[in-house]
Ligand binder design. Structure first.
Ligand code: NAP
Length: 251
């Protein structure tokens, strides 16, 4: 199938890394479903931008942590596109800086619910549509992990780091589970990337504060992460599955 007919759903596609993935994928000819959870204005603006550039896109609201929302989101994609070729598990959250000995059960449950359970539920729905075992024609999944999975994020958010460790393990296991079913599953593991996520965790100055300790003395851009995602979704990566690709400037 030619790339211009492929369909892609990106969770958390409205802003940051997800929006960069949507832009690059639209330019590569994919039809795009842009998921968001609350920022309708950002999602609508991105869809308008993609359409103005000649793309085919729509916005779909849904909380990945809510199973009914996840089901409805994938059904909306079925209705709009009649099939799913590519899926990116990008939606993710951080929380405010805290030590483990300060973390409440509510915080831990929210972190794992969004970043881990949400990613599993979405991967499940993607596999149900793509896998030849379910009558699908194959496809590619990319999960967005984090360098935090390797570094542990001590004193900042070990809970977030552990949630991304789960994403790495899920990537390896799911890749092997569906390897004969036409579905490739990989992860991109960004280092510090310049997006709104740091402000959402109460650290708007995080990039400026930490960039000097990075090997390249700068954070990554959302576009640099998106480029790796587009590669792993593409046929150029046809023998790559279960891989975790660091896009972290050497860290
Ligand atoms: P961001 O700028 O904060 O954007 C987050 C996106 O996720 C938004 O589109 C948001 O939707 C959506 N979202 C949040 N919670 C959601 C939920 N429960 N259900 C559906 N969508 C939800 O984040 P980002 O920096 O681009 O991060 C994207 C991914 O990269 C995350 O998985 C993050 O952990 C990972 N990552 C980021 C960095 C970094 O330094 N930025 C580094 C490593 C890994 P709304 O617009 O509706 O709020």
């Amino acid at each position: 199938m030619s790339a211009e007919k492929r369909t892609l759903l990106v969770t958390g596609g409205s802003r940051g890394i997800g929006a960069a993935i949507c832009r690059q994928a639209s330019q590569a000819g994919y039809r795009i479903a842009v998921n968001y959870v609350s920022n309708k204005a950002a999602a609508d603006a991105l869809v308008a931008e993609l359409k103005a550039m000649g793309g085919d896109a729509f916005a779909v609201k849904g909380d990945v942590a809510d199973e009914a929302d996840v089901m409805a989101m994938f059904e909306a994609v079925d209705r709009a596109f009649g099939g799913l070729d590519a899926f990116v598990n990008n939606a993710g959250i951080v929380d405010v800086k805290a030590r483990v000995d300060e973390m409440s059960a509510d915080r831990l449950e929210r972190m794992m619910r969004v970043n881990v359970v949400g990613s599993f539920l979405c991967a499940r729905e993607a596999v149900r549509r793509m896998s030849t075992r379910h009558g699908g024609k194959g496809g590619a999944i990319v999960n967005i992990s984090s360098a935090a999975a390797r570094l542990g994020s001590p004193g900042e958010y070990v809970d977030y780091a552990a949630s991304k460790g789960a994403i790495d393990t899920m990537t390896i296991g799911l890749a092997r589970e569906v390897a004969t079913e036409g579905v490739r599953v990989n992860a991109v593991s960004p280092g510090i990337t310049d997006t709104d996520i740091h402000a959402s965790g109460g650290q708007p100055d995080r990039v400026a504060r930490l960039q000097d300790m990075l090997p390249m003395k700068r954070a990554g851009t959302a576009d640099e992460v998106a480029g790796a995602v587009l590669y792993l979704l593409s046929d150029a990566a046809s023998y790559i599955t279960g891989a975790i690709l660091n896009v972290s400037g050497g860290r």
